[in-house]
Design a protein around this ligand. Structure first.
Ligand SMILES: [Zn+2]
Length: 69
């Protein structure tokens, strides 16, 4: 039985400031994983993760960019 957490899916802590970042994009990636893009509402940091299909596997940060202000 696989538990599914909507909260973890749509929201993820910002890598820069720790605030809640929103899921803005979700695309399939190689190997059955997903590439998820999260954007922080507080500082504007964008984090892109490679998420393995297996629950409990740590997400891999593949890209992150800070807003230029
Ligand atoms: Zn942030």
């Amino acid at each position: 039985m696989r538990s599914y957490h909507h909260r973890d899916y749509f929201f993820h802590p910002c890598q820069a400031c720790g605030a809640v970042a929103n899921l803005t994009r979700n695309t399939p990636a190689a190997g059955g994983s997903e590439r998820r893009t999260y954007e922080c509402r507080r500082c504007g940091q964008v984090n892109i993760y490679d998420v393995a299909p297996e629950a409990g596997t740590p997400w891999t940060v593949i890209d992150q960019s800070s807003p230029v202000s």
